[in-house]
Write a protein that binds this ligand. Structure first.
Ligand SMILES: NC(=O)C1=CN([C@@H]2O[C@H](COP(=O)(O)OP(=O)(O)OC[C@H]3O[C@@H](n4cnc5c(N)ncnc54)[C@H](OP(=O)(O)O)[C@@H]3O)[C@@H](O)[C@H]2O)C=CC1
Ligand SMILES: O=C(O)C1=N[C@H](C(=O)O)C[C@H](O)C1
Length: 250
């Protein structure tokens, strides 16, 4: 059987370099290009890449995806910075490239995907819910893509269940003290040397609290999700947002 031809964009970065190794080690894949900033995207076409794994920066991802879609190359995207406007632009590109698939995964680790799922499930049953994400200090964006997505899922679950707004008597606060407001859910970002990628969802009700915590201790935690994404994205045209859609979570 022929191997899936995979390219990695952002190949010299923290997660990109790990992805290069993971694709090289996968029996059913061939690494056909490993591109860093400044490398020509023509290499994607010349190498015959079927899938591009996009692990660059929020300022680069859109141009890279535009290029992929113009040439019918599927994409597995871990890069953060997704807004409604960016998603609308991407959908336009996909409409013009029927048959091409793009997976955007705010987080490729199974534990993080499950954290989001558990938080979504629990959120309507507690009066209060806040998200704390903790990352290495070289991360350029805050809050993390995972925390933003988690808060959006929590807010949607609470809205669907008809939950009241969260109790909070704060009338005076130093700017930022209550975190960022993502759809009504406070999200707090910690940047600390020694950490990689961690998240806690704190839920509180009458006389009880529940904490859902996930820790990525090494970039290897993201690799099974990236490889799964590459295998599945070629069979699912259009936009898939979230790795959970490629997992059988019941
Ligand atoms: N979804 C997930 O599970 C995960 C997502 N991420 C996300 O992935 C992204 C990368 O993270 P991380 O590896 O830590 O960051 P790094 O800064 O270590 O890596 C990004 C790399 O991309 C390079 N780059 C920038 N622009 C381009 C371009 N146009 N073409 C090719 N390469 C380019 C950078 O080069 P230069 O240094 O010269 O700028 C750098 O080497 C972030 O958005 C992060 O949040 C990270 C981990 C897991
Ligand atoms: O920058 C990182 O490191 C990570 N970025 C992603 C995010 O912003 O959620 C995924 C993971 O948290 C690691």
């Amino acid at each position: 059987m022929s191997k899936l031809r995979v390219a990695v964009l952002g190949a010299k970065g923290r997660i990109g370099s790990e992805a290069v190794r993971a694709v090289e080690a996968a029996d059913d894949m061939e690494l056909v290009a490993a591109l860093g900033r400044g490398d020509s995207l023509d290499a994607l076409i010349e190498s015959g890449a079927q899938v591009a794994v996009e692990l660059t920066t929020p300022d680069s991802v859109m141009d890279n995806l535009d290029h992929c879609l113009r040439h019918g190359i599927h994409a597995v995207v871990g890069t953060t910075g997704w807004t409604d406007e960016r998603l609308a632009h991407l959908r336009g590109g996909l409409d013009a490239s029927p048959g091409t698939g793009v997976l955007i995964a705010p987080n490729f680790s199974i534990g993080a995907v499950l954290t989001m799922k558990f938080a979504q499930l629990a959120a309507p049953y507690f009066e209060s819910v806040e998200v704390v994400e903790l990352h290495h200090p070289r991360k350029v964006d805050a809050p993390s893509g995972t925390a933003t997505r988690t808060a959006q899922l929590i807010a949607a679950a609470r809205a669907e269940a008809g939950c009241a707004p969260q109790p909070d008597a704060t009338t005076t606060a130093l700017e930022g003290a209550r975190g960022a407001d993502v759809d009504g859910v406070p999200v707090h970002s910690v940047r600390l040397r020694g950490l990689l990628a961690h998240q806690e969802v704190l839920l509180g009700g009458e006389g009880e609290t529940l904490t859902v915590r996930h820790d990525s201790l090494h970039h290897s935690s993201f690799m099974p999700g990236i490889l799964l994404g590459c295998r599945r994205v070629v069979t699912v045209p259009g936009l898939t947002f979230g790795l959970e859609h490629f997992l059988d979570l019941g």
